[in-house]
Design a binder for this molecule. Structure first.
Ligand code: IMP
Ligand code: MG
Length: 181
């Protein structure tokens, strides 16, 4: 599997992190969330589309009383963050006085999470935490605290495990990285 290559649209990607490692990283942050969230009945907010697989795997490891809902927004086109945040669809759940945990696929520049945090803060929650599957520490451009990071990654374009390249690759169980020639 070490040199496993795949092609999505016009680009080639190579295996980067196998699913077993992703699963271990998730179990580790889930233990921390379970310890921190005892008695808080947190509301997990899964950011669609990218976080759907991470949210499913993470929530299976959560043992405290909790709820989950979904929100949607989109910024990426092709291989680069456009920096322009598209409209956030209104949340369907009242988060007043609740502990909420944003569940995100990846934090790159951080603009998306910052924007979501701003939006949620206006709805008077008790506290807002962030859980992200992947984090590119070299690219972060805003002042942001990430409470739960499953796995740091290199500053390269990645796909799989919910992440897409122009909507392709979200279904891949393992994580792949752009293979630059
Ligand atoms: P940010 O606003 O720059 O932090 O971008 C965050 C969003 O861009 C994520 O929610 C992803 O949907 C997308 N994104 C960032 N990096 C990648 C990547 O390497 N592959 C695929 N999508 C990415
Ligand atoms: Mg996303």
């Amino acid at each position: 599997m070490a040199n496993h290559l795949i092609k999505l649209n016009d680009k080639q990607f190579r295996l980067y992190i196998p699913h077993s490692e992703l699963q271990q990283a998730i179990e580790k942050i889930a233990r921390k969330i379970n310890a921190d969230m005892e008695g808080k009945n947190p509301l997990f907010i899964c950011v669609l589309n990218g976080a759907f697989i991470f949210a499913a795997d993470l929530l299976k490891e959560i043992s405290v009383d909790c709820e989950i809902t979904f929100m949607r927004m989109k910024t990426y086109e092709g291989l680069h963050s456009s920096g322009r945040i598209k409209e956030i669809q209104p949340l369907e759940v009242d988060i007043k006085n609740r502990t909420v945990i944003i569940v995100e696929d990846i934090v790159d520049t951080g603009f998306t999470i910052c924007r979501i945090k701003e939006y949620l803060s206006d709805l008077s929650p008790k506290e807002v935490k962030v859980a992200t599957m992947f984090f590119k520490p070299d690219v972060l451009k805003c002042d942001l605290t990430l409470d739960y990071v499953a796995r740091e990654v290199d500053n390269k374009f990645i796909v799989g495990y919910g992440l897409d390249y122009d909507e392709k690759g979200r279904n891949l169980k393992d994580l792949y990285i752009l293979n630059e020639q």
